[in-house]
Design a protein around this ligand. Structure first.
Ligand code: GEK
Length: 243
């Protein structure tokens, strides 16, 4: 059974910045499903999209892989020969668990897991790159350079699959989407205390951009086309194609 997230259930005297610690890794599947509207749907659709875009003898990168849910979904759908999956995360708590999961679920050795900042890994010969709720944790000034490196590492016809929490320029839309997201968390059993403590912990760590900023940055990085293929309240998924 999935361990339940109760990390912010008790009042915390010193609420530090949110980190992807051992405690978070232990409850991560439950935490992300109860916090991100549409998460399971996005994960399974990443498999469908990867099936469409994976090229023979190429690499599929899962950047900010956490426990590798996106890689598992893609590996179950991709059928072309010679594909190598590369999972990267800079939390050792995540990669040690991810390695165990991959050894068990993808035992034929076509998946490697690296504990590294995604900004330091070399990206090459990629047909699919996944940034599923990861870019939002990079400093805003570093995000364009990351997308440019991904663009350079993709083959023609390759795709970047980008999911992000959104901010809205219109204050009324921002308020409505924030409220609906809070309703989603309440509906999933999070208390007001858990919601407010998590929100404070994420304040300096997760800095969302608007949908327009996402598209402009993808275009600035060189992507020919950026399509919005899923949205649940203030969480959106885009497909960016390298021509
Ligand atoms: C999923 N994609 O299940 N370098 C490497 N990893 C990073 C960096 C960085 N600079 N910054 C953050 N991370 C997953 C979910 S979670 C999203 C992704 C969330 C990692 C961080 O350690 C964490 O595991 C992941 O990005 C973000 O589809 O928790 O909201």
């Amino acid at each position: 059974m999935m361990a339940r997230d109760s990390i912010y259930a008790q009042p915390q005297a010193h609420l530090g910045d949110f980190a992807f610690s051992e405690a978070v890794a232990d409850v991560f599947p439950d935490m992300i499903q109860r916090s991100v509207p549409g998460y399971e749907t996005v994960i399974s659709l990443l498999g469908v999209i990867a099936h469409r875009f994976a090229q023979p003898d190429s690499r599929i990168y899962d950047l900010g892989c956490s426990l590798g849910a996106a890689t598992l979904a893609m590996a179950s759908q991709v059928r072309v020969p010679g594909v190598r999956f590369v999972c990267v995360d800079n939390s050792a708590a995540m990669t040690s668990r991810c390695e165990q999961i991959m050894r068990r679920r993808l035992p034929d050795g076509h998946c490697e897991v690296a504990c590294s900042d995604i900004q330091d890994v070399s990206l090459e010969n990629a047909s699919v790159v996944v940034l599923n709720f990861t870019l939002q944790f990079l400093k805003p000034a570093e995000r364009l350079a990351m997308l440019q490196r991904i663009y350079d590492g993709l083959r023609p016809g390759g795709v970047l699959l980008l999911s992000e929490k959104l901010r809205f320029a219109d204050p009324a839309e921002q308020e409505l989407m924030t409220e609906l997201h809070l309703e989603f968390k309440r509906a999933n059993g999070y208390s007001e205390l858990e919601i407010s403590q998590k929100r404070s912990a994420l304040e300096n760590v997760l800095l969302p951009d608007t949908f327009g900023e996402q598209v402009e940055r993808l275009q600035a990085a060189g992507f020919a086309q950026a399509v919005n293929w899923f949205q649940g309240f203030n969480f959106a998924s885009l497909l960016a194609l390298k021509a």
